[in-house]
Design a protein around this ligand. Structure first.
Ligand SMILES: Cc1cc2nc3c(=O)[nH]c(=O)nc-3n(C[C@H](O)[C@H](O)[C@H](O)COP(=O)(O)OP(=O)(O)OC[C@H]3O[C@@H](n4cnc5c(N)ncnc54)[C@H](O)[C@@H]3O)c2cc1C
Length: 551
């Protein structure tokens, strides 16, 4: 976030000074926005930057305990500079939050500068090799030029000037980081499925008949149900991240031509894709861990580390719920546009279905299922808007009615995102496999079908509400899904090998290419410090005295 923010929020002159220093690692920086007391509610941040025209400096202060910056990566011990988001005061007026470049440590001695209080926030669920830190200021002065002045400036005499431009630059940093996160979710999920699928081919457990040999656990239908959706989702997320990047580039090109119409759609898409991809990846990595039984609980499996890493991405750079609610705001506006007979942008054009007054006829083909997901999203949105309006009619304010409807709004946004992801996944596979061999095409089609069937079966209640699907259709779909798992099984190891992840990258005793699971588990166990001596001191200090009744 440090470098992208320098790119997005600095004037060209500021960039010319700061970017080379950051890119050459002459300075190391982080992005400190979140405080002990506020994360999501950015307007509630309490750190202040008060301009003093006498010295042409900003005076940074942390007026309360809750105003301390909290969480920034590398802040505790590593970085010497920091982008700090603070409430800007000049001429006695608060102009809201703005970013500042703040030197927090001496460039030679690395000592914290006088007036800067910096430290480590302590152990976390994961990320324990990152020194996430806290930061407070006591009348700490920074030069006026260190305000990042692309979007607003404070002149030497303290006059505040807002630079009129639309949010292109801010969108740039935000969407860039979200594309990275969707991509990273795909990459980490691919690692987890490689580990779990390879291990499931090595692991044998139980035998269907008392005489027969034990089965590879990958042969069990329930194991395939746990794992093949993980492979399909890793593909879906990867393809959606490249699609999002392309949509972003197209939007930037349109903005250059003066057309900003698709900006709200891009914002809505990047919000829900970040939310869903990080949440799906985290829960499916946990599913991969379940699929590896007890050994999956070992740190040496690599899975706990992957889970701890990815589950944090659901929270940072926009919490899951908050991002879905942002998408929901866009969807409600789109719904109102359909009502008013106005045209819609491409990813929401399906919403017009909500106004037909009929259930969508069920069609179990892949395109039919995608249309059903769209009908489901349109139906959910429509009933959410009804709830919202009912609450407004009862005399509540818009914000009160909105708040009471947020559970449904989140559901509608999730359904919309699932429909978008499904559609992109299928169309990207079709586009990319035009010249592929029939066998490659077949396998990739099987995987997107797994994704579609899996989510249709997960949402049968909604499908019954918004499409004409019947009990026998669901029964039929379930059988097709189970049949598909059996078709994928012979290729499962080959498909995860195709992620082409080296052992050094997987870092897992269970998932190495050679399949020497038990040898590697034992070798890792030997590294435990407890195995360094035959008798541990605690025996003499505590156990023996207790056993001999002499404690
Ligand atoms: C590993 C990690 C690294 C991080 N790195 C950085 C960093 O480098 N720099 C930085 O500045 N920050 C960083 N963060 C902080 C991160 O950005 C915040 O944790 C995140 O923005 C959420 O804010 P919060 O923790 O204050 O949660 P809160 O905003 O307090 O949310 C708590 C709960 O309340 C819900 N909630 C909040 N507001 C609403 C609302 N209006 N409506 C409905 N529900 C609501 C949320 O959904 C959530 O469930 C990091 C966090 C983690 C975990």
């Amino acid at each position: 976030m440090f470098v992208p923010t320098l790119m997005g929020q600095c004037t060209p002159e500021q960039q010319a000074y700061w970017l080379p220093r950051a890119l050459d690692m002459q300075i190391i920086g982080t992005y400190a926005q979140t405080e002990l007391g506020h994360g999501t509610f950015i307007r509630g941040l309490e750190t202040t930057a008060t301009y003093d025209p006498e010295t042409e400096t900003f005076v940074m202060n942390s007026p309360t305990l809750t105003s301390y910056k909290w969480w920034a990566g590398g802040l505790a011990k590593t970085v010497n500079y920091c982008i700090v988001v603070a409430q800007l005061y000049t001429k006695g007026v608060c102009h809201g939050t703005h970013p500042f470049i703040v030197q927090i440590r001496d460039e030679e001695t690395h000592m914290p500068r006088p007036g800067v209080k910096v430290g480590d926030i302590g152990p976390k669920l994961g990320f324990n090799t990152a020194d996430n830190g806290y930061l407070g200021f006591d009348n700490y002065r920074i030069p006026r030029d260190n305000m990042m002045m692309k979007n607003a400036q404070v002149l030497k005499d303290g006059t505040y000037v807002k630079v009129a431009r639309h949010g292109k630059a801010t969108y740039g940093t935000m969407v860039f980081v979200r594309v990275l996160l969707v991509n990273e979710a795909a990459f980490n999920l691919a690692k987890a499925c490689t580990i779990a699928v390879r291990y499931s081919a090595i692991r044998r457990q139980c035998s269907p008949d008392s005489e027969g040999s034990e089965l590879q656990v990958l042969d069990y239908s329930t194991q395939q149900h746990k794992l093949f959706i993980c492979i399909a989702t890793a593909h879906a997320l990867q393809l959606n991240s490249t699609w999002l990047w392309k949509t972003f580039s197209d939007t930037l090109a349109a903005i250059k031509q003066g057309n900003v119409d698709t900006l709200p759609e891009l914002h809505a898409l990047s919000s829900c894709l970040k939310a869903l991809s990080t949440a799906d990846a985290a829960s499916l990595i946990e599913q991969c861990r379940h699929a590896c039984g007890g050994h999956g609980y070992m740190m040496s499996s690599g899975l706990p580390y992957l889970y701890a890493f990815v589950t944090a991405t659901r929270t940072y750079e926009g919490d899951y719920t908050i991002l879905l609610l942002q998408t929901a705001r866009f969807l409600v506006k789109a719904y109102e546009q359909v009502e008013a007979g106005k045209p819609l942008t491409p990813t929401v054009s399906y919403l017009s279905q909500a106004f037909t007054g009929k259930k969508l006829p069920w069609d179990s083909s892949p395109d039919g299922i995608i249309r059903a997901f769209q009908a489901l999203a349109a139906g959910k949105l429509s009933s959410t808007v009804k709830s919202l309006r009912k609450r407004l009619e009862s005399g509540l304010s818009y914000e009160q009615a909105w708040e009471l409807s947020t559970i449904q709004l989140n559901g509608a946004a999730e359904a919309h995102c699932r429909a978008v992801m499904s559609q992109n996944y299928k169309s990207e596979i079709e586009r990319l496999t035009v010249n592929s061999s029939p066998n490659v095409k077949l396998v990739l089609q099987q995987l997107y079908k797994v994704y579609l069937y899996y989510w249709a079966l997960e949402r049968t209640g909604d499908l019954l509400l918004y499409t004409s699907i019947s009990e026998s259709d669901i029964f039929e779909l379930q059988l097709r899904y189970e049949g598909l798992l059996k078709e994928i099984r012979p290729n499962a190891v080959g498909i995860v090998d195709a992620f082409d992840l080296r052992d050094e990258v997987l870092h897992s005793a269970l998932g190495s290419y050679d399949g020497n699971v038990y040898e590697r588990l034992m070798a890792e166990a030997q590294k435990s410090p407890l195995n360094a001596e035959p008798v541990n001191q605690t025996f003499h200090t505590y156990l023996k005295p207790m056993m001999k009744g002499k404690l």
